[in-house]
Design a protein around this ligand. Sequence first.
Ligand SMILES: [Zn+2]
Length: 391
Amino acid sequence: MITDRYSLRENNEQHVLATLIENTSISRAQISKLTGLNKATVSDIANKLIEKQFIHEIGSGESTTSGGRKPILLQLNKQAGLTLNIDLGYDYVSYLVTYLNGEVVKKETRSIQVDKVNCIDLIQTIYREQCKEASEVPYGIISLSVAIHGIVSDNRIVFTPYYDLDEIDLYNALSQKIEIPIYIENEANLSALAEKTFSTTVANLVSISVHSGVGAGIIVNNELYHGRDGRSGEIGHTILYPHGKNCPCGNQGCLEQYSSQKAILSSFQELKKNDQLTLEDLITSYTSDDDIATQLIKDFATYLSIGINNVIASYGPEKVYVHSTLVNEIPELLSFITQNIVSSFSSSIPVEISLLAENAILLGGAALNIQQFFHLSSLYLGTSPTAAESN
Ligand SMILES: [Zn+2]
């Protein structure tokens, strides 16, 4: 296993590597054309990258029209390292291992109540197991990402409303036990990074996650926008109704008190006078034309469209992605939502269901790990045999 970390200090090297990564296979001459660097420089850099096992030669491309010899193509050596990505939900732990192009190697999910006492052991156990399996890989596991369902700022967990992880210094606790770089990040931010890396080349996007709460990951000019202390994207706490329902954040009438999946489910349970009903029951009732379920789903779409309208008016994204079990299960919900987005600011902006689905958070972690490993400020891997296809 190669243990010394390669640092790409020179911009030219980053430029060549980024071009190589964005193109499935490419010749030295094509890199030279795309980067504007001369052929000798590109060759030098390519040789260094081959030596480091970051890229490899994969045979010949098409010969030139003038009948010149076929150029040798270069490709990212996806198997030079692995990324390990953990999603700490309130009642589950998932992990995903990928190659350096984001291709999924392995994914597992386990149901468990996660808390400040068990989370470190959970992560360490997954890490040790995966290290054993990666012993033959040149760079092994390059780094670890941990997704948190709460506010995170510079690897520090600031606020977690649904579990107690904000009471510990997870980053330092893990750093004492795990010897590779660790990145702790908010789940909605990671979903946005996943879209940026695997779904689209647009430079500005918002990815909205609707689960227990409503959060947004915001990409501005190709990079995640965190705001002060990681507090950007808390759109669930924008106010929908003045003097409305109380919210744990201290406001009244917050969007997520009306349009989170948790909120719609509790309204359903209340109206049906049965607190055992699940989200699946709500979906089943909706598909069998139950009046209460139909009205609730329509209200949910209306509220969510107001939130989306406000986000578009605030950030001017080129695209909006929606991550929500309800929207995935009831695809016509998307048209209910878009019908309500009518303003001249927002109506032309595409709102799409995320194709990365339940892998989005973990793939965002993979994107972060790969970006950091290669020292790239942004990354597009959509042309690779992507993770989206592995769902
Ligand atoms: Zn609130």
